[in-house]
Ligand binder design. Sequence first.
Ligand code: FES
Length: 157
Amino acid sequence: MYRCHVMICGGTGCTSSGSDKVAKAFETQIMAADLENEVKVIRTGCFGLCALGPIVVVYPEGSFYSMVKPEDVPEIVSEHLLKGRPVTRLLYDETVTEDNAVKSLEQTSFYNKQKRVALRNCGVINPESIEEYIGFDGYAALGKALTEMTPDGVIQT
Ligand code: FES
């Protein structure tokens, strides 16, 4: 069990703006800080805000770092991951309140007009972990169709 997940966008836009180097820097700095058993680095699909890439979201609080450069990573690791103090100057400005609290992405103007359906878990779970997908109700409809519904009921639905 990890106390912190660092979700790094691996979508096309963020990859072209250097997210691979950012991910490598996180892995190196996390090892150097002896945090590899506490912090997990995960590559995700596109968050949708490609112009702000590379994007890094740190959970559990959901801090949204934008335009992250490899040289930003040591500060994020030492301040945020080690000491629990998000580096607000590197966060997407819409996610930081006047008193330096961190807002969720859903409260930003870009996301609060959207209802993500197929990509609702993008950036939230590890896309390569079927356990996490199932934990977020993945295959729930299949399970219902196979265990609670008749073939005719499935066709009607
Ligand atoms: S590719 Fe990273 S937000 Fe779209």
